[in-house]
Design a protein around this ligand. Sequence first.
Ligand code: FAD
Ligand code: SF4
Length: 542
Amino acid sequence: MRADAVVIGSGAGGGVAAAILAEAGKQVVVLERGRDLTYEQIGRDHLRNHRFTRYPHRSGPDYEDGPRVFVEAAGGEHVVRPHEPGFHGNATLVGGGTRLYGAQAWRFLPADFAMASTYGVPEGSSLADWPIGYDDLAPFYERAEWEIGVCGDHQASSRHWKRARPYPMPPLPEGPQARALRRGASALGWEVLPVPLLINSVPYAGRAACTRCRHCVGFACRVEAKNGSHNTVLRRALATGRARLLPEAVAERIECDPAGRVTGVRWVDRSGARHVVEAEVVVCAAGAIETARLLQNSRTRREPYGLGNNHDQVGRHVQGHAYAWALGEMPEPVYDGLGPGVSLATLDVAHHNDGVIGGAMLADEFTVLPIAFWAGNLPPDLPRWGMENKRYIREKYRHVMRVGGPVQEIPSPHARTRLDPHVRDRWGIPVARLSGTTHPETVRTAAYIAGRARAWLLASGARRTWTQPAPLALYAGQHQSGTCRMGDDERTSVVDRWGRVHGHDNLYVMDASVHVTNGAVNPVLTIMALAFRAAEHVCAEW
Ligand SMILES: Cc1cc2nc3c(=O)[nH]c(=O)nc-3n(C[C@H](O)[C@H](O)[C@H](O)COP(=O)(O)OP(=O)(O)OC[C@H]3O[C@@H](n4cnc5c(N)ncnc54)[C@H](O)[C@@H]3O)c2cc1C
Ligand code: SF4
């Protein structure tokens, strides 16, 4: 098989890359490891879904496909299956994480691109500035907002980001959670804004508006009001007639000639048969853990530790987001059960907090399924079973509100994903071996942010609040990033400012792997914006 470009992964970054390359006239093959599932096939089982990941579910990765190896901070190691603690998974199906995500659509704040120069570099961390800044990315954020579809309040947003255009859609209506939190924010003197969402608040791009169902985050959207790669950019790519999407196609190795020019990708189909697709350009967008694994597995004589890895950078600085939160019991019922649930945020604690590095965006929580309420929202002094427990849930389910947010991680070079020397997946490929933790400063920041969440709930009228500290751990699940960081110096980074792997003219990374730091907000809009920018650059240079 031959193509102009191969895109590995059909998620947030890969979908954008496929559309831009195909629309520029290139023949594109998209290899996607997961299946192409319908809404009915994904289902909406309260026990088996991507929000409550305790049991195998259908949105991948498949239980039988392959485990990972997790190395504990104390040194012990064990094999972990998908959906077991320590696996650090994201959705594995056509559309990647965007098929099931909560769709929060944040631009990174200008200071997120300049963490080292804003705060200094704590000892033992690999905190660094990005080689690009907010202004470089602003036009591509705008493209992501309009071409994929975001609803929000551009006036409130303009207080935080210089922006040229409004959002294409107004925010979703506010409910009782937002009303209570507005009360609290005004008592504290905090600015608030509706959470921008990759959701149709009104009919947009030929698809319906959100029906406010309860099954949003962790589930597929029945009416396709949630805007992901599968119903926007992948469709655009396929509409050109030049793109081919191959589901259940696992990229195993990137092929390279002796001079370092990438020549194509070897991949495995469901039956285990090997194929090669030759190409002029290869784009890795398999998500931060799998992209690093793929580069590491593509060893050559020139690069015996994998492509772009002669300086031992591929797979380091693994980041996600440590979550800081507090729960509050409100006097009035604040939970109305209408999706998507998350509604009001503040960015007042994202930066320049007293005595800590960085911070987080804080917002209310998505709709809470009863089982998730039982598992995560009960006061610590309440028995986990019995009549008292049942009575509390019956009486307080609608009164308890969670406020939390993604704490900007201080990266550590010792948070790593490598190839395991022994364990292989069902196709015989070495699996990812995850080790290390975030830097201890992340935990201090998380404790501070949890205190701010508590203050917001109390100011909003909460009768009592509770929380739990974020542990010193590896955070590399749904927001995984950082494993092929972007930079000008090949000794400390893997890709250049356009996402091109150092030393390889025609090999690009266009997923969250390239993030130098992961922002004080959720990452997906940044992944999309970077992919628009990088893919346009590939076309211009072709
Ligand atoms: C339940 C849930 C809620 C979330 N909520 C939010 C939110 O509200 N806001 C936000 O910003 N982010 C959210 N996220 C995270 C967001 O979805 C991810 O940050 C984003 O999708 C990552 O984009 P990516 O391109 O790096 O990788 P992905 O979107 O994960 O795409 C990678 C793709 O590559 C495929 N792949 C992997 N290995 C191979 C291989 N060897 N060969 C071929 N294909 C391969 C995978 O199957 C996958 O489809 C959420 C995620 C989940 C699961
Ligand atoms: S809440 Fe709206 S966007 Fe979310 S799944 Fe339901 S209909 Fe779709």
